[in-house]
Design a binder for this molecule. Sequence first.
Ligand code: NAD
Ligand code: IPM
Ligand code: MN
Length: 365
Amino acid sequence: MKLNLLVVAGDGIGPEVTREAVAVLNTVAELEGHEFSVTEKRIGGIAIDTDGTPLPADTLEAALASDAVFLGAVGGTKWNALPPNTRPEAGLLQLRAALGGFANLRPAFAVAELAANSPLKSEIVAGADILFVRELLGGLYFGAPREWNKSTGEAWNTMRYTRDEIVRVARIAFQLAEKRDKKLTSVDKANVLEVSQLWRATVNEVAAEFPDVTVEHQLVDSMAMLLMTSPRNYDVVLTENLFGDILSDESAVITGSLGMLPSATIGGKVNLYEPIHGSAPDIAGKGLANPLGAILTAALVLRHSAGLEAEAAIIEKSVRRVLEEGFRTPDLARGNTTDFKVLSSTEMGKQVRETVNEMLTTETI
Ligand code: NAD
Ligand code: IPM
Ligand code: MN
């Protein structure tokens, strides 16, 4: 099959992890005779420095003309003093809005061998497998009015949702729940916020279309606690934009590291794929970044934009296998490090590619 992928690697560790993810895609393409063409463009801080804007017009044009967009990460200390609408992060938000994907899928699963080294007790995390469905185009991120009025010393943002925006993301979450454990947990703050009351009422309406799926509602504050005490109780977790941002980073504790979590944004003109972590300025340029979240994101490209489910599953199995074999990037090497083989980002990428290669040549798909 043919796939035109636009790669916007961005800042900090973005290029370091993206390189490994693209290399895994190339391994699959070479072994199976697919034509994945990769175009690279600038986004984020690097684009501010060279083009004066975090989302240059040619990047946006190439994104809209592609079959899928892969983003590494944007942002960094150099651009922290800029106001929100001109920062590197604004480029990402503009790209999300232009591509139109509103359902951001963030799978988080625990690998048994990693659970043993998790900050949480292994009996709590082992076997946890959650799919966050985060609404990505509404809420505080895009609501108007928004302003910091420096003369009065006030600032405000608006958490706004329409019923239709909730219906469309809820339907995707229910459809995904139907194919998994048929359990959906919707997260809100309906004890305080009108927007959450609309959210809850609308999710209940959509639930009637999916009688096989059990629905429960959780308030976001206690959900933050429940995810840590009983992560295995959750299957699909549906959230508005900011709650999903926070809870999905929290779930990094279940997987062992923020560097383990992938995402796919679907429902718009062009799907957008991003590991959920940021540019990690503290470790950038040192070869320490965990590329597995980006590599798992590459698997999502194959699943959601290329129709290559078997190949996607092989990448996911390969990631599990290298972890089972004791390979770790430093972020995952907790506890007794003599038990692990600690690898750099590029060594970890190579390890996964070799495993993918082996699985693709020995398994019938
Ligand atoms: P971050 O995700 O960059 O880092 C948080 C912590 O996790 C750091 O200690 C970092 O070293 C670690 N970490 C993150 N990814 C890792 C990986 N792959 N391997 C190993 N360790 C990893 O979050 P932050 O420090 O709060 O933000 C830094 C910048 O990134 C900010 O400018 C922020 O806005 C931006 N950001 C961008 C994205 C994105 O582009 N999608 C997402 C989140 C944050
Ligand atoms: C993420 C990031 C982004 C978000 C930022 C960088 C705009 O934190 O993808 O999780 O808040 O959505
Ligand atoms: Mn985030």
